[in-house]
Write a protein that binds this ligand. Structure first.
Ligand SMILES: O=C(O)CCC(=O)C(=O)O
Ligand SMILES: [Fe+2]
Length: 487
């Protein structure tokens, strides 16, 4: 698939087609044949449908601009008035998000090159239309404790992960920096959208591992789109201390779990006989101020993390809900519906998104109507004289990530725009026929995925990419070692 998230493309395509909407497989096929271009796919499907049958049903809007206009609800009394009213409207709660589209590609065209106004991502997207048949649907489920989380999701929750004083010191340190963090901007369907929260990136520096740090710095510059990439900062001292603790917890958890063939196989033991399975060499930090700041549904881009990554996500400050939703594969869509899981994340908790969480699920931090104020148990360190953001009202999140050496920025394939491509799993299709004799039941929810390298030009170049994509072939590309190479 091309530059946009498959689920979003399917949702958009279904929304702009006349009824009856073809089956998901047909939509997917049309998207693949059209190199992910929704308008071309829609034209193709409409002409197929018109040739085959004459639908008496109401015709839906059939172009993308009109879809985008419709996706932003106008208050009833201004419905027939001018479109510039849009920007003053409240954001919609979004059911899908293409946030994963903002995590790759150096910038070529900055925000200033647009003539259209920058819009909030939540204003552009709307939930996908509900699918037809009467399969049982379950209401959202709140997962209140670690055992419920482990039962329903590929995640584990670790409350009170850091010594309380360190958690507070890290919270104040990051909050103090957060006033300078940026809102990510990227192109989506020819609009420049802006994430409704602030982000910064950090790389870890190791003594004697300069090549690794340099690679992380280079990879980190692929993080942003649509604007000049900032040079990432090095982990501040309390973040480094927190990271050492978190790394130990993550490594212990990883070794307890079933491992997937394409997970990182690790380096051979070092001189001290220590074997590194997961190393946090990079982190993205997010700040959510008040109730409205949020991040829409997305899965984290795999470009530098490789398949089946482990991501450790630390929450500090005011509690917020972490929302997860499984992406149902197309061949199961008539059998089971997805379910939304809400996980409250208190101050000083770590949620680990284990291998397969990015392939099977999307996650988000939704806006809320109310917030519990955070009452820090310790005052700010003496080095912080005044805070511009209110510590009772903000959540800081730090996602510790392992940038794999075999997905080094120099090794990323380039598209026709000449940009490094982004790695994405085919979330909608799971391979059933693993060579390991797994039957379909066993594979359900855990089947192997195919991965695509996709052009990212569309996210940064005023929405215009080359649409080039190709399937990842780990052997031909010389990647690894993977877990499958170890046995
Ligand atoms: O704030 C969070 O807990 C989630 C952040 C996130 O999904 C991300 O940085 O990719
Ligand atoms: Fe994420």
């Amino acid at each position: 698939m091309t530059e946009n998230d498959t689920e979003t493309l399917l949702a958009v395509l279904s929304s702009i087609l006349p009824e009856p909407i073809p089956a998901q497989e047909i939509l997917l096929d049309a998207l693949v044949q059209s190199n992910g271009d929704v308008n071309t796919a829609a034209r193709k499907l409409s002409s197929d449908t018109n040739a085959g049958l004459k639908s008496k049903k109401r015709k839906r809007t059939t172009n993308l601009d009109a879809w985008l206009a419709h996706s932003i609800p106008l208050p009833s009394k201004s419905r027939s008035k001018s479109p510039e009213k849009k920007s003053s409207l409240k954001p919609m709660a979004s059911g899908t998000s293409a946030r994963d589209t903002m995590m790759a590609g150096p910038s070529r065209a900055g925000p200033s090159s647009t003539t259209k106004p920058i819009v909030n991502l939540m204003d552009v997207l709307r939930p996908p239309p509900s699918t037809g048949p009467s399969i049982p649907r379950y209401p959202p489920l709140t997962l209140n404790n670690p055992s419920m989380i482990a039962e329903h999701t590929p995640c584990t929750l670790h409350p009170s992960i850091l010594p309380p004083e360190l958690a507070c010191e890290l919270f104040y340190t990051m909050l103090n920096e957060a006033r300078d963090w940026k809102r990510n901007k990227w192109w989506l369907f020819e609009r420049l959208v802006e994430s409704p929260h602030r982000t910064a990136i950090f790389v870890r520096s190791y003594d004697g591992a300069d090549e690794q740090t340099r690679a992380c710095l280079q990879a980190a510059r692929l993080w942003y789109n649509g604007r000049e990439a900032d040079v990432p900062k090095v982990f501040p001292a309390p973040m480094e201390r927190a990271c050492t603790i978190i790394e130990r917890v993550v490594n212990a958890e990883v070794l307890k779990r079933r491992r997937f063939p394409l997970e990182w196989g690790g380096l051979p033991p070092n001189a001290e006989g220590e074997k590194i399975t997961w190393r946090a060499n990079f982190a993205a930090s997010n700040c959510y101020e008040g109730t409205k700041e949020a991040v829409g549904f997305h899965s984290d881009r795999l470009t530098s993390l490789g398949p089946y990554p482990t991501i450790a996500s630390l929450s500090l400050g005011t509690p917020r809900v972490f929302r997860l939703r499984e992406v149902i594969p197309v061949d199961e869509i008539d059998e089971r519906a997805t379910r939304t899981y809400n996980i409250p994340l208190p101050h000083n908790s770590l949620i680990i998104m284990h291998a397969s969480a990015q392939e099977r699920f999307k996650h988000s931090i939704p806006p809320q109507t109310t917030l519990d104020r955070f009452r820090p148990a310790f005052p700010p360190p003496a080095s912080i004289s005044s805070l511009t953001l209110d510590p009772t009202n903000c959540r800081i999140n730090i996602t510790f990530r392992f940038y794999r050496p075999d997905f080094h920025p120099d090794s990323l394939p380039k598209c026709r725009c000449g940009l490094p491509m982004a790695l994405r799993p085919d979330m909608k299709k799971r391979q059933r026929e693993g060579g390991d004799g797994k039957d379909i039941e066993e594979a359900r929810g855990e089947g192997e995925f195919r991965y695509w390298w996709t052009c990212t030009g569309g996210e940064q170049n005023e929405g215009k990419g080359c649409g080039f994509w190709k399937v990842m072939d780990v052997k031909a590309e010389g990647r690894g070692p993977f877990v499958m190479d170890l046995s």
